[in-house]
Each structure stands twice: as C-alpha cells, then as structure tokens.
Write a protein that binds this ligand. Structure first.
Ligand SMILES: *Cc1c(COP(=O)(O)O)cnc(C)c1O
Ligand SMILES: [Zn+2]
Length: 397
C-alpha cells in the first residue's frame, strides 16, 4: 500500500486497538468498533503558506493530512467547492455573515464524492476487484462513479424510495444496482447478506470503511482557508450518519493542534422532525442515540434512524460547543425555496435542513448578531428537482 508519510494506520475508537492500513478494510477486528485513520502529527510539516501556495483545485491539496497521496488518489478533482456569501440570508437570520459551502459543485453533485474518492482509493490500493455499499442514493451514485474510474465493479444497494437520478446514474456508470423494497435499513440488510456471501467485496459503507469521514474532513480545511483562516462561529450540517460532521470536527482539531487556527467552530446537527435521533439524544443529554422508531421524512439523505456513529457525533457536538436542531419537512422545503428565490442558490431537499435549522437556531438565540455561520449545502438542488417542484404544487403553484 502506498500511503502518506505521517499516516500511521487505524485506531479503534472503542477499544484502542491499532490496525495496519493493509488489514483495515472495515470495522475493528477485536470489537467491531469504528476505525479512525491516525497520523504522526509531529511529522506533518505544514503552515498556512504551504496551502496558500497551492492552486485551489481539489481536496487532495491537503494530502499531508490524508492517508493517500494525490498521485495515487482515485480522483476527479472533487472538493475545492465555492463558499458563497449569502447577504439576504444573513439579514433574515440577524447574524453577521452566512456562507454556503456549495457541495453541489462536485463531480456527481454531492459531497459524497469526497468520501468515495478517499474510500475507493483505499479499495484500489488494496487491489479490490469489487466494492459494495448500501446508501440512500447519493453515496451509491458517487461510489459507482469512482469505482468506474478505478476499474472496480460496484455493487450498490438502494431502497426503493431513493431518488430516480441516483438509481439511473448507478446504471449509467455500469454499477450492479439492487433496488430493495423499503427504506435504508432494508437496503442495509440486503448489503450485509451480500457481504456475507462475498467476503472478498470491499465495503465502502458509512463508518464501515475507515476512510469516508477522512475524505469529508477536507470540507472544513477548505472553509477555514476560504475565510482567510478565520474560524466560523457555527457550522450547520444536515446530519444522517454524521460522516461529515465527525470528519469536519476532526479536521478542525487537526488544524488547531497544528497551530493553523486557534479555535474550533461550533458544530450543529440539523435533522428533520421525521427522523431526529441525534437531536433527541442531545436534548436528553445522552451520549448515544436511541433508534428512531418510525422514520418518515422526504429528506432521504438524512433519514438514518440508527446512526451507528452517534457517540462520535455527540462528542463532536459537545466538544465544539455546538448543538442540534430539528425542523419539519415543510419548513425544510420552504427553506430550499427561500434560498433559491432570495439568493439564487440551489439547495437539495435534504441539504436545506441546514438552512431551516439555522433559521430555528437564530430564532432560539443560539446564533449571535456578529456570528459567521456556514451552511453545508451537501448536494445540488437539481438532484431533487421533482421533490422541490412538487412542494410548490402542494401550495397550488
Ligand atoms: C448522505 C447525505 C447527507 C448526510 O450525510 P452524513 O455525513 O452521513 O450525515 C446529507 N446530505 C446529503 C445530500 C447526503 O447525500
Ligand atoms: Zn476495537
């Protein structure tokens, strides 16, 4: 395996076991815990100029802080997305600045590309012939795209309610698509059965592979650099499995510990009231979630009733001084429309939970009048054009 100089291997977040990168394809072999890429930070010699001197062209410009080099990466120049000023939204919320990190500008239209670029690079380094995952849709599309680029066969399990675009594009990338009747849990069960039958398949599933949160952490590096090394006061993130939230908090701690910034941003999880296990856990002061009984939200990307990484998500929220907020599907879709009308920016349906969540955070006084607030637009609006348009129809428009 061809890894970067400071990358040591994988550490289990539960039992602390250390696993060599060559052996770490999934969960901890000792306790099934999540494996986290670990580095020798003393061996990472970077400062602000290191990054400023590089073109802003790909998430792999932070290769010193990633397990694999840019040269070996399975990449389509994902990342390096725009951070767009939203003055109308800032005025509406009564805060200093609102900026939208527009992940819709990725190769397959969502931030899932960052996670898959890192995970499929690991699969390719492990000489995998096949990879597999279950997904609500976007990760499946991204995985089939990166697998195609790497010459690996992708086996993608999506629930029947996944959006048409994601299913169609898995086909277009010649992925092996299985549509499973039901919801994400049913797709997950079908994936587990298939993995038991095909132990040689390389999993690129949320928090089964150790590498997806590692790819997504680059969103925070970029945001801070784009703000001229200012740390935002709040980052609001539409939270499903929490891969991005955990990754971004890790990234902030790394930049702080390397002396590039002084503080970490408060991380806020935004969910739909139709499936809000993280919000419930925060409100009840628990350090692990309870599975949400009857998930029901139109926001497929965050309809994750049983997020296995909830202890990591809740730790990140607490350590960073953040919080969690739930809004209704109606409020979320209204927010997507409001942003499209007032700022011109197109937010996916799931993604707009960050905008409606920020509205609610402002209303309840969690955001200050001078605060800089970053909203993660995790995917492009036109991936959900049908959902957004029918919301208008529901209003007689
Ligand atoms: C997957 C997804 C999310 C949730 O991501 P996690 O990191 O698993 O919490 C949010 N928005 C969109 C558009 C997604 O596809
Ligand atoms: Zn372990």
């Amino acid at each position: 395996m061809d890894t970067t100089a400071a990358f040591l291997g994988l550490t289990c977040v539960d039992c602390g076991s250390f696993v060599e990168p060559t052996d770490g394809h999934g969960r901890c072999p000792d306790c099934e815990g999540i494996l986290d890429p670990t580095y020798d930070y003393d061996a990472i010699d970077v400062d602000r100029e290191t990054f400023e001197d590089r073109p802003f062209d790909s998430m792999w410009r932070y290769e010193e802080l990633l397990p694999f080099s840019r040269e070996t990466a399975v990449s389509m120049d994902e990342g390096a997305t725009a951070l767009v000023e939203c003055p109308a939204l800032a005025e509406e919320l009564g805060v200093g600045r609102v900026l939208l990190k527009d992940e819709g500008r990725n190769p397959t239209g969502t931030f899932k590309d960052r996670g898959q670029s890192a995970a499929v690079t690991a699969a390719s380094q492990a000489d995998a012939a096949d990879l597999a995952l279950a997904s609500a849709g976007n990760a499946g599309q991204a995985a089939s795209a990166y697998a195609a680029r790497a010459g690996i066969d992708a086996h993608v399990f999506l629930p029947s309610r996944a959006g048409f675009t994601t299913k169609a594009m898995v086909n277009v990338h010649d992925g092996d698509l299985t549509v499973v009747e039901g919801r994400i849990g049913d797709a997950g069960a079908a994936f587990s059965d298939a993995m038991a039958e095909h132990p040689d398949w390389y999993p690129v599933q949320t928090f089964v592979t150790p590498y997806r949160h590692e790819g997504k952490k680059t969103m925070l590096y970029e945001t801070v650099e784009q703000l001229g090394w200012d740390v935002p006061d709040a980052v609001v993130y539409p939270t499903g499995g929490g891969v991005g939230l955990v990754g971004m908090h890790k990234a902030a701690c790394e930049f702080r510990d390397l002396g590039l910034i002084d503080d970490v941003p408060a991380m806020y999880a935004a969910q739909s009231t139709g499936c809000a296990p993280i919000v419930e856990a925060v409100e009840q002061g628990r350090d692990v979630h309870e599975a949400w009984e009857t998930p029901d939200t139109i926001c497929g990307g965050i309809e994750i009733p049983d997020p296995g990484a909830s202890p990591l998500i809740l730790d990140a929220i607490e350590e960073s001084g953040g919080g969690a907020v739930a809004t209704t599907d109606d409020e979320i879709l209204d927010a997507a429309i409001a942003v499209a009308v007032n700022e011109g920016l197109e937010m996916g349906a799931t993604c707009a939970a960050a905008a409606s969540g920020a509205w609610k955070l402002a209303e309840r006084g969690d955001l200050g009048e001078d605060d800089t607030v970053v909203l993660l637009n995790t995917g492009a609006g036109n991936k959900d054009d049908d959902v957004l348009r029918s919301h208008l129809m529901g209003q007689g428009i």
